[in-house]
Each structure stands twice: as structure tokens, then as C-alpha cells.
Write a protein that binds this ligand. Structure first.
Ligand SMILES: Cc1cc2nc3c(=O)[nH]c(=O)nc-3n(C[C@H](O)[C@H](O)[C@H](O)COP(=O)(O)O)c2cc1C
Length: 159
């Protein structure tokens, strides 16, 4: 029994400032991307990260099927990309992915991780997909896009 409602939980969690990622994978149905901020580093040795996917999302089915996924950490000028992959389809962005070791990734990101799924953890209405990082790339010149309280921001605005 909890003494708060779902809205209070969502709002409290939303006060935690995060970056914004696009999770992507490929199956025999083609490439798929989804905006996510539930991303976390897990272990350095072995190199593990995790994402948390809503069981109802299409990405959940696709990552389970593919057994691998990429994480692109969006840079500050990519808010429109975040909205596109969060269900607000923008036809101008329908062919935006580039390929990295046969996985689709977002060009212009601050960092990209390629992973193979090594563990799934059922967690309520979400599943944690823990991925072993097989390859990473960084762009140290780019600043990250931020997300807090339902709004996008950047380090430039905060500074
Ligand atoms: C900033 C932001 C962060 C999000 N983070 C997550 C997340 O971590 N996990 C998740 O399952 N959905 C997250 N979502 C919602 C999904 O992006 C959204 O439901 C998407 O349309 C699901 O796509 P799909 O069903 O085509 O895979 C987030 C949305 C936004 C705007």
C-alpha cells in the first residue's frame, strides 16, 4: 500500500534531471528508435549499461527479438529528434539513422554505445534490459540535451 498516486510518483521522479537518449535496434521489420531517459551505467568490468522499457512499447518487443540495442546520447540541439522518437512523428526525420557495426544510431550524438543484451529484469510495467557494451564512440565537442520536470534544457541554459 502506497500513500501517493501515480501522478505524484511521476512528478517526483521527473524532478531528477537526466540526459536524453534514443534507443535503437534493427529486426527483420527494419530499424526502430525510441526516446528514453531511463538509461544508467551499471558496471565497468564487465562493461554493462541498462535501459528501462515500457512493456507496452514497440521497442520492448523489438529489443527482445534482436537481442541487442544501441544508445545514442542526444546533444543539445536535438530536442526535435527526442520528440520524433517519442511518438510525434516528423517526416523529415524518417531516414535519419546512420549505421555503426550494423546497428542504426543517431549522428551528432555526444556518445553512442552498442550492446548485446545479457540480462532481462522484469520490473513492474517495465523491463530492464542490461546490455554488454561491445563498442562506443564519443564526440567530446558536443553538449548533452537535458530533461527535467517535463522540459528540455541544456547546460548552456543552466550555466
Ligand atoms: C524525454 C522522454 C523520455 C522517455 N523515456 C522513456 C523510457 O526511459 N522508457 C520508456 O519505455 N519510454 C520512455 N519514453 C516514452 C517513449 O519514448 C514513447 O512512449 C515512445 O512513443 C514509445 O515508442 P515505441 O512504442 O514506438 O517503441 C520517454 C519519452 C520522453 C519524451
Amino acid at each position: 500500500m502506497s500513500d501517493f498516486d501515480a501522478r505524484a510518483l511521476r512528478d517526483a521522479c521527473g524532478s531528477f534531471a537526466t540526459g536524453v537518449t534514443v534507443i535503437s535496434t534493427t529486426t527483420d521489420e527494419g530499424d526502430h528508435g525510441m526516446t528514453a531517459n531511463a538509461f544508467m551505467s551499471v558496471s565497468l568490468d564487465p562493461p554493462l549499461i541498462t535501459i528501462s522499457l515500457d512493456r507496452k512499447s514497440r521497442m520492448h518487443t523489438k529489443v527482445r527479438k534482436a537481442g541487442r540495442y544501441a544508445v545514442s546520447i542526444l546533444s543539445q540541439d536535438m530536442q526535435h529528434v527526442a520528440m520524433h522518437f517519442a511518438g510525434r512523428h516528423n517526416p523529415d526525420l524518417s531516414d535519419i539513422f546512420v549505421r555503426l557495426h550494423d546497428l542504426p544510431v543517431m549522428p551528432g550524438s555526444t556518445a553512442v554505445f552498442l550492446t548485446e543484451v545479457v540480462q532481462e529484469v522484469d520490473a513492474g510495467d517495465h523491463t530492464l534490459f542490461i546490455g554488454r557494451v561491445t563498442h562506443l564512440e564519443r564526440n567530446t565537442l558536443a553538449y548533452p540535451l537535458l530533461f527535467c520536470g517535463g522540459k528540455f534544457g541544456s547546460l548552456e541554459v543552466l550555466a
